[in-house]
Ligand binder design. Structure first.
Ligand code: AMP
Length: 137
């Protein structure tokens, strides 16, 4: 995996606004926030995509993510927020090191989402279920 700007943040080569850190996880303020308190939570493990992450890093993030969300809400006064995690350039990923965005909704400020949903039909669901369950084994 090529170096990303988050490697430079993790190594201290470039500064960041540290929100939280432990042995496996680092969290810092997004430099281009969608709303006040917009925070990025990343593993120290160098992986581009969520599905590449070790169980240990995933568990470490899962353990601390709700606590970071609570802190961001308490600090900003926001009641609502989104957690966003992009994988791949077509899915809006710009930095290829796994990261979770914690984005408070404060008035009109926050995450804008397109959600072009349609109804799931059984003819589509059943083969998909079979394929996904088989891949989980
Ligand atoms: P994504 O589109 O999910 O890859 O988001 C990458 C995020 O990283 C963007 O929201 C950027 O604003 C943020 N970002 C990029 N460089 C920095 C930096 N040096 N410090 C803090 N956040 C950054």
């Amino acid at each position: 995996m090529p170096d990303t700007i988050f490697d430079q943040i993790l190594s201290g080569q470039i500064p960041s606004y540290t929100v939280y850190e432990d042995e496996q996880v680092y969290a810092f303020l997004d430099i281009h926030p969608l709303s006040p308190g917009h925070t990025l939570v990343i593993p120290r493990e160098r992986r581009a995509f969520l599905h590449e992450l070790s169980d240990e890093s995933a568990a470490a993030i899962g353990r601390v993510l709700p606590r970071i969300c609570r802190a961001v809400l308490a600090a900003t006064g926001a009641e609502h927020y989104n957690v966003l995690q992009n994988n791949g350039a077509p899915a809006h990923q710009a930095v290829f090191h796994v990261h979770f965005h914690v984005i408070p909704r404060i008035g009109d400020a926050g995450l804008g989402i397109g959600w072009p949903a349609r109804r799931l039909e059984a003819a589509e669901a059943e083969p998909l279920l079979g394929a996904i369950r088989a891949a989980l084994d």
